[in-house]
Every structure is written in structure tokens, then in C-alpha cells.
Design a protein around this ligand. Structure first.
Ligand SMILES: NC(=O)c1ccc[n+]([C@@H]2O[C@H](COP(=O)([O-])OP(=O)(O)OC[C@H]3O[C@@H](n4cnc5c(N)ncnc54)[C@H](O)[C@@H]3O)[C@@H](O)[C@H]2O)c1
Length: 413
């Protein structure tokens, strides 16, 4: 594989996950840290593949908030202050482009100030495409992956206008209120030949017109809603209960979360879509739905990005005897999510090079609500991933151990 640059455009560039992805990549490239734990692409199943390296990455993106990446890192408080100071000069050069906002976004986003002053949806879409094309020209990058990491949107009812590409385009011309900002980002990405990942619970990749466009433009897609913590445990234990023929009676989950995502999820109209994904995970894994399932999310500022979740699980076994399990998960939201973003970028960049397009179902393991696959349990998803990539032949194997670090000494963000 050539050492061409790979463009990574993050929607929600200043958010905790996107900002940690940028700063963490910088730290790894500069050798300030050499720990790639949490990245599945750094495990042996990918050791025969030549995936993009950190020194090829060029970052950009959009945010409603005009902070540069240094200010964002200080605000997000995910990484150690000494590391943020060490990266300051590089981070200060990463600034978001103006964002597109529709009525589905968080109401206060317009007040943040970094908004495209478009008079129509079409004008907003054209501006997004222009950003991508200028970025490609400036850095001479062909392969660009757009990752959607903005806040979960308010509920959107899919209708006839989403079913067909020509009707969807007409809806954009008519400024139809069922077209969301997230759909415009996806369209801009696909129309300019970029791969697109939706790491959020939005319905963007459920829109048939968007899937149709991706097939026409031959670009790969992946989604939806990153599987990083509580739901990850459910996909693992749910499949264990099924395999061991233990019967789930009930699962009570509660979360305390103090980052900006926690604040957004404290708003009922933005929490709705997230809850659908969180509550929808157990039934397809277990194959039945007669159990109690409760999920609470509470915004609790002292926790910041360091989420805490409690699981109280009731199940029964032989002779119907009841048992229970308790789990206390203390995960760091962005530290769990960011390596998955890098994995997805590397695997979609590989798909772009191979000419694979449409939803990539082998990436189910990364998502709470994986699309185009029946693999909903963790072990099935891992088998899917492993079988898919182990069959891929690469001409020249590269050594696995620390290959990201040793070969990546420069950075061009
Ligand atoms: N971190 C995880 O473990 C995880 C797991 C699954 C899903 N997610 C989802 O990923 C997304 C990012 O999470 P986060 O913790 O970084 O959230 P965050 O709130 O820190 O970041 C969201 C960013 O999006 C920006 N934004 C809002 N509307 C925008 C728009 N229209 N255009 C461009 N930018 C916009 C905000 O200003 C903010 O900087 C959320 O939707 C979250 O629910 C995160």
C-alpha cells in the first residue's frame, strides 16, 4: 500500500469523542504514548493486512462550537493536562468548519455561533460539499472517511420522501422539515466519494435514498451507534445466557454520566432515540422478549466523561431456581470510543481501496444497532469480523507488533 494521506473528517469535531480521537492520534504519532489497547485492528486477526497508519491521517471537520482542538481538549477534560499542553501547538491548528443545523439539532446549537448561514437546505449541502472538496485538494487526499459524531438528534419520522433518491432530492429543494442536518452531512460525504460512518443512534443510515446514493457512488457505509460500554456487556452476557440455556428474567441498568453527551441525553427529545437502541439490544440476542428491561440515564456533572453504570441482572436456571448478577462498570466514554473510530476509519479506508461499497455488515461488532446483519450477539459478531478479514489476502504482510507507533513519527493535522 502507498503512503498516501487519508482524510478523516469528524462531524462534531470539538466533542469529547472526536477531540480525543484527534488528540490521542497526535500523541501516538509523536511517540508521547505507545499504547494502542482498545483497537481491534491492532490484534492478530488483522496482522496480515496493511491498514492506514497514523502518519497518513489528516484531520478536519465541523462543529457548531468554534473552539480550536486545544480549547476543546481543555473543556472535555478527557486527557491528562500535561499531555494536552504537550500537544498544544498542534491542537491549536485544528479548527472546525462552520456546521449545518436543522430543527432536529439541540435547540442551543445555534447560539454556539459556528453555523453556516444558509438560506436553504441545498445551500447548506453545497457548502458542506465545498468544504470536503477543498480539503481533498489542499491535502491531495483521495480517500476520505466522514465520521458522524455530533449529538443525537430529536426524533424523525421516516416517510415517502426518504424512500427514493429523486424524491429525497426534491425534499431538499423544498426545504422539507424531515431532512435533518445529519442526512445532509451523509449526502455531502457520499456525493463527494467519501466513506461515511454513523457512530450515533440517528436514523440517517435507515434512509433508503442515502443507501441508494452510496450504491450509485460506490462508497462504503458503517453504522449505527457505537457499542462501547453497557450495551457491549449486554451483547456478551446476552449471548452467554442463550448458549448456556439460562433464562433472563430481568435486567435493570442505570448510568451516571457528566459530559456534554450526558447533558444532551438529559433532554427527553434527544434521549428517545438513544433509548431505542439501548432497549432494543437484548431481544435479538436472546431470541425472546418476555423479560423486564429498564434503562436509566442520569446527567451527573461530577463524573465528567468517566461514566458509571450499574447492572442488576436476574436470571433463572435448572429447576427454575432464581439467581442474579451485579456489575459495576466504570468506563471512560471517549477512551472506549476513540480507538473504535480509528478502527472504523482504517477498515473503511481499506474498503474504499478495494472498491467495497454500501453498508459493511462485517463491522457489526462496533455498533449497538448494526445494520444489514442478523449477528447481534458479541461472539457471532466477532466470528463475522474474523472470518471476513481472515479471507482477505494482502500481498506483503507487515509485522504486527507496535507497527502503528514505530512507523508513525510525523503528523499532519
Ligand atoms: N463516546 C461513546 O462511548 C459513544 C458511544 C455511542 C455513541 N456515541 C455518540 O457519539 C456522539 C459523540 O459523543 P460525544 O461524547 O463526543 O458527544 P459530545 O456532546 O461531547 O460531542 C458532540 C459534538 O457535536 C457538536 N455538534 C452538535 N450539533 C452539531 C452539528 N449540527 N454539526 C456539527 N457539530 C455538531 C457539539 O457542539 C459537540 O461538540 C454522540 O451522539 C454520542 O451519543 C458515543
Amino acid at each position: 500500500m502507498s503512503k498516501e494521506k487519508v482524510g478523516i473528517l469528524l462531524v462534531g469535531l470539538n466533542g469529547a469523542t472526536a477531540n480525543t480521537t484527534v488528540a490521542g492520534s497526535l500523541a501516538l504519532k509523536r511517540g508521547l504514548n505507545d499504547n494502542c489497547e482498545g483497537m481491534i485492528t491492532e490484534t492478530e486477526i488483522f496482522s496480515h493486512m496493511r491498514l492506514a497508519l497514523f502518519d497518513q491521517f489528516v484531520f478536519g471537520g465541523w462543529d457548531v462550537n468554534p473552539r480550536d482542538a486545544y480549547q476543546a481538549a481543555c473543556f472535555n477534560k478527557v486527557l491528562d493536562p500535561w499531555l494536552i499542553e504537550e500537544l498544544r501547538q498542534d491542537l491549536e491548528t485544528v479548527r472546525p468548519w462552520k456546521a449545518v443545523v436543522t430543527a432536529h439539532d439541540v435547540d442551543s446549537s445555534r447560539e454556539a455561533g459556528n453555523i453556516i448561514e444558509a438560506h436553504s437546505l441545498q445551500e447548506g449541502l453545497n457548502t458542506l460539499k465545498q468544504c470536503i472538496l477543498s480539503f481533498k485538494a489542499r491535502y491531495a487526499v483521495d480517500n476520505v472517511i466522514v465520521v458522524y459524531l455530533a449529538s443525537p438528534l430529536k426524533h424523525i419520522e421516516l416517510s415517502d420522501i426518504h424512500n427514493d433518491l429523486s424524491m429525497f432530492r426534491k425534499a431538499i429543494t423544498n426545504n422539507d422539515e424531515s431532512v435533518s442536518s445529519a442526512m445532509l452531512y451523509a449526502l455531502a460525504a457520499i456525493e463527494t466519494g467519501c466513506a461515511f460512518v454513523d457512530f450515533t443512534p440517528n436514523v440517517t443510515l435507515k434512509v433508503p435514498a442515502i443507501i441508494q446514493l452510496a450504491a450509485e457512488k460506490k462508497v462504503p457505509l458503517a453504522g449505527r451507534d457505537g457499542n462501547t460500554g453497557q450495551t457491549l456487556i449486554k451483547t456478551v452476557l446476552g449471548q452467554m445466557f442463550r448458549i448456556r440455556n439460562l433464562k433472563l428474567q430481568g435486567w435493570y441498568s442505570t448510568n451516571i454520566l457528566g459530559n456534554n453527551d450526558g447533558l444532551v441525553l438529559s433532554m427527553p427529545e434527544h434521549r428517545k432515540i438513544k433509548m431505542e437502541d439501548k432497549l432494543g439490544v437484548l431481544e435479538p440476542v436472546l431470541g425472546y422478549n418476555h423479560f423486564s428491561h429498564i434503562v436509566d440515564i442520569h446527567y451527573y456533572p461530577p463524573r465528567g466523561d468517566n461514566k458509571e453504570a450499574w447492572e442488576s441482572i436476574d436470571f433463572s436456571g435448572w429447576l427454575g431456581m432464581p439467581m442474579s448478577a451485579k456489575i459495576n462498570w466504570l468506563g471512560r466514554d471517549s477512551i472506549l470510543a476513540s480507538p473504535l473510530i480509528i478502527d472504523l476509519v482504517r477498515l473503511l479506508e481499506f474498503a474504499l481501496r478495494r472498491g467495497d461499497y454500501g453498508i459493511q455488515p462485517q463491522l457489526a461488532i462496533y455498533f449497538k444497532h448494526p445494520l444489514n446483519t442478523s449477528a447481534r450477539g458479541f461472539f457471532d459478531q466477532y466470528t463475522l469480523l474474523k472470518n471476513y478479514y481472515s479471507e482477505i489476502e494482502e500481498p506483503v504482510p507487515v509485522p504486527h507488533k507496535n507497527r502503528l507507533i514505530k512507523e508513525s513519527m510525523t503528523l499532519d493535522v
